[in-house]
Design a protein around this ligand. Structure first.
Ligand SMILES: C[S@@+](CC[C@H](N)C(=O)[O-])C[C@H]1O[C@@H](n2cnc3c(N)ncnc32)[C@H](O)[C@@H]1O
Length: 429
C-alpha cells in the first residue's frame, strides 16, 4: 500500500468532542488515546468490552448504550469507526465524509480517510509512524525509535540543551539546575552501560571520565560537551580524589548536568560513595546509576561464573590493592580480586592458607571485553610464574576457586563440564 498521499499532521483535540463507534478493545484503545489528548469522547455501542467499560465506569467518557445513528456525527471533530461490523463502520465513514469530518475506518484501512499511526511518547517528544499500511511494521519501527530515544542513541536532548543555553543568556525562562549523575559504565564494552546511564550521558553538559569503562562513548558526545579526564592507574592518581570531588561540585554549581562516568559500578571499589557525599555536603543534586561490575562480568567474559551449582555457592570480591586479610575458606568459595596483579605473589600464600591447596584453580582475565582480552589459567602453585612469564598487566580480574574449571579456556587437567565452548561464548578470547 503506497503512503505517498498521506499528509502527516498533529491534531490538538483538547476540549473538542470526538466520536468513537464501537465498544470492543480496539475502540477502547482509541478512546483512551483520545482521552489522553484531552478530547471529550462520545462512545456509541450497544455493549462494552471490559477496557471500554472501565473508561465508562470511571466517568472518563460519555457512553450511549445503543447502535450508531447518523445524528451522532453532528458535533464531532474526529471520528473512529471500530464497531467490528464492516457495514456499520462503512456507514459511519460515509456520514463522516458527508460531514467533512476526518474518520478512521478500522474495518477498511484501504478506503479510510485517516489512519492511526503507531505512537510513542518519550518525555515531551511524540513519534508517530505509518509504514505502508502495515501496523506491525509501524509498531516495530516505533519501538526502535522509542528505545533509541530512551537510550540516548537518538538526540532527545539536543533541543533541550539549546533551550538551556538560551536561559543562560537570559533569553528564556526555563528552570535549570546543575546536577551530578555517578554513572556506572560497565567493564568497557559500549553496550554494557545501562539504558539510564547511556541517556544521562547523552544529556550531559560535562563528563568527568575514568581510564576504564566505555570510553568509546566519549566519541559520541557533542562538540559542546566538556570532557574532563581524571583517570587513575594503580598507584598513580594524577588528579587526587579530593580534586575530583571538587570538580564535580564546581561544575554542577555552575549549572551543568555533570556525568561522572566510571568503570564498572560506581560503588564497587569506585569511590562513588565519597563523590556522592561531597555532592550532598555542597547542596548538589546527585543520583547514582548502578553499573555492571567487572568483578562479575569480566570472569563471565572468560566463561567463568562466579557461582556454579555444585562448585561454589558464594563469592567474595576483594581489593588486591592492599595485602589480603580474613579470606573466606575453601575452593568452593570463589575469591575475586580487583587490582590484584601487582600484589599477586603476596596474595597467593594467604589464599592457599585459607583452606585451598596449591592445586586450587586461578584465572587472570586482562582487559575484559576489550580487543586485547586475554586469559591466563593456572593454579595457586603456578599462577605467579605464569603471570610473570606472560607479563600479565592491569586492568585484570583474578578469580580463585573451583569455578575456574568451568571455563572453556581451562586446560584439560583442570577442566570440568563446560557450559559453552570458545565458539559459543562469543566474548571469550
Ligand atoms: C578501581 S577498580 C574499579 C572497579 C569498578 N568500579 C567495577 O565495578 O568494575 C579497577 C579494577 O577493576 C578491574 N577492572 C575494571 N575493568 C576491567 C576490565 N575491563 N578488565 C579487567 N579488569 C577490569 C581491574 O581489577 C581494575 O584494576
Amino acid at each position: 500500500m503506497a503512503i505517498v498521499d498521506l499528509f502527516p499532521t498533529s491534531l490538538r483535540l483538547l476540549g473538542r468532542p470526538v466520536l468513537v463507534v464501537g465498544g470492543g478493545t480496539v475502540a477502547a484503545r482509541r478512546a483512551k488515546a483520545l482521552l489522553d489528548a484531552g478530547a471529550h469522547v462520545q462512545l456509541v455501542a450497544p455493549v462494552l468490552s471490559a477496557p471500554a467499560r472501565a473508561l465508562a465506569d470511571a466517568g472518563l467518557l460519555t457512553w450511549h448504550a445503543r447502535s450508531y445513528e447518523s445524528a451522532d456525527m453532528a458535533n464531532a471533530w474526529y471520528v473512529v469507526a471500530a464497531s467490528n461490523n464492516t457495514v456499520v463502520d462503512a456507514r459511519v465513514a460515509s456520514d463522516a465524509e458527508d460531514n467533512r469530518t476526518w474518520c478512521v475506518n478500522h474495518s477498511n484501512a484501504q478506503d479510510s480517510a485517516a489512519w492511526t499511526p503507531a505512537v510513542a511518547t518519550v518525555e515531551d517528544v511524540k513519534v508517530a509512524v505509518n509504514a505502508g499500511g502495515d501496523p506491525l511494521r509501524a509498531a516495530a519501527i516505533r519501538n526502535a525509535i522509542a528505545a533509541a530515544l530512551e537510550s540516548g542513541d537518538l538526540p532527545l536532548d539536543v533541543y533541550r540543551r539549546g533551550a538551556d543555553r538560551l536561559e543562560r543568556r537570559g533569553l528564556g525562562t526555563l528552570e535549570h539546575r546543575g546536577s551530578v549523575a555517578l554513572v556506572g559504565g560497565g567493564p568497557g564494552a559500549e553496550d554494557l552501560i545501562t539504558v539510564r546511564g547511556r541517556r544521562l550521558l547523552a544529556e550531559a553538559d560535562v563528563v568527568v571520565a575514568d581510564r576504564l569503562g566505555p570510553r568509546g562513548l566519549l566519541e559520541t558526545l557533542g562538540e559542546d560537551v566538556k570532557i574532563i579526564e581524571v583517570g587513575k592507574t594503580p598507584g598513580h592518581h594524577p588528579v587526587p580524589q579530593s580534586e575530583i570531588n571538587a570538580i564535580l561540585v564546581r561544575e554542577a554549581l555552575a549549572g551543568n548536568r555533570v556525568v561522572r562516568l566510571k568503570g564498572g559500578d560506581p560503588y564497587v571499589l569506585g569511590r562513588g560513595g565519597e563523590e556522592a557525599i561531597a555532592c550532598c555536603e555542597n547542596g548538589v543534586d546527585v543520583q547514582v546509576v548502578p553499573g555492571v561490575t567487572s568483578a562479575v562480568s569480566v570472569p563471565a567474559a572468560a566463561g567463568i561464573p562466579v557461582t556454579h551449582r555444585g562448585l561454589a555457592k558464594a563469592f567474595t570480591m576483594i581489593s588486591g590493592h592492599d595485602d589480603l586479610e580474613n579470606v573466606p575458606h575453601g575452593n568452593d568459595h570463589t575469591v575475586v580480586l580487583l587490582m590484584g596483579v601487582g600484589t599477586l605473589n603476596r596474595s597467593v600464600p594467604v589464599l592457599a592458607a585459607a583452606g585451598r591447596g596449591s592445586d586450587c584453580p586461578v584465572a587472570i582475565i586482562e582487559n575484559g571485553f576489550g580487543k586485547d582480552q586475554r586469559t591466563t589459567i593456572g593454579t595457586l602453585g603456578t599462577i605467579v610464574a605464569l603471570a610473570q612469564a606472560g607479563k600479565v598487566r592491569n586492568p585484570a580480574v583474578v578469580v580463585v576457586g573451583d569455578v575456574v574449571r568451568v571455563s572453556p579456556l581451562a586446560p584439560a587437567e583442570l577442566a570440568t563440564a563446560h557450559y559453552g565452548t570458545r565458539e559459543t561464548i562469543s566474548t571469550i578470547s
